[in-house]
Write a protein that binds this ligand. Structure first.
Ligand SMILES: [Zn+2]
Length: 259
């Protein structure tokens, strides 16, 4: 893997974590859902619902949940915070030159300090800030000397990230990303649906992936008369994202229950 690839992968994983964090926090307050019908589809099929609504409702900080409804999501959220905060501590100890009062700084808490003090550092700003901060270090931002107003040159706030820490950041970000996606049911997986195909009684399989919308296939292939195309190898009928509402209607599934 080249240096640029490692940087690109790390940044992409950090952005997935940030982009899905609000969903994960909401999931903690929602009973675990079946993967079918897909939750994203329920959102798009309800009038007046959109992603903004999810963002508006989402708490941005992992709070104490007196009665979490989805322990799997809570576990994942806590594990991901630990991974990313510890990563930021490690990178800060190696490359940060900024003073603690500098808003660009990640405060490295003293591991020997009581918990109340450890929580007082940049962890207080939450996971979103931590991801942005780590991304800046991976991209070697703020590593050039700065020219002050009076013409003096001052040392940059950060040193360039050593290669071994780039690989550490990539490894940790990938693990954390996988935890988030798995908790949300967005990892790559195939789930057989409880109902057979309404057109040919073949087996229906839901395919979900982290980087695209879900699809459903029917094993009936050419014997299936469903009005959707065959896949490239002609082994299955495929309902893409735009065709899923029709399949759900044919199955008589109540989509509103999935929201
Ligand atoms: Zn079929």
């Amino acid at each position: 893997m080249s240096y640029a690839q490692a940087v690109g992968e790390t940044v992409r994983a950090l952005r997935v974590i940030r982009g899905r964090w609000a969903d994960l926090l909401l999931a903690i307050e929602t009973p675990p859902a079946d993967h079918w019908p897909p939750r994203q589809l329920a959102h798009t099929m309800r009038d007046g619902d959109d992603e903004l609504l999810v963002e508006d409702r989402a708490p941005l900080v992992l709070r104490e949940h007196p009665a979490p409804l989805n322990l799997g999501a809570l576990d994942a959220g806590q594990a991901v915070e630990r991974l990313i905060f510890n990563l930021a501590d490690t990178l800060a100890a190696a490359v940060q030159r900024t003073e603690q009062g500098d808003p660009r700084a990640w405060l490295s808490p003293d591991p020997a300090a009581p918990d109340s003090h450890r929580a007082a550092g940049s962890r207080r700003h939450g996971l979103h800030f931590a991801c942005v901060w780590v991304e800046g270090r991976v991209l070697d931002e703020d590593t050039a000397p700065e020219v002050e107003l009076d013409g003096a040159i001052s040392a940059p706030p950060y040193e360039v990230l050593p290669l071994y820490l780039l690989h550490e950041a990539r490894r940790t970000a990938r693990i954390a990303e996988a935890r988030v996606l798995r908790a949300l049911g967005l990892d790559l997986r195939e789930t057989p649906l409880p109902e057979p195909c309404p057109w040919c009684a073949g087996e229906l399989i839901l395919h979900s992936a982290p980087d695209g919308p879900p699809s459903v296939t029917c094993s009936g292939a050419r014997d299936c008369s469903a009005p959707v195309p065959l896949d490239g190898a002609e082994r299955a009928r495929v309902w893409g994202w735009d065709d899923l509402p029709e399949l759900i209607a044919a199955l008589g599934v109540d989509i509103s229950a999935a929201a």
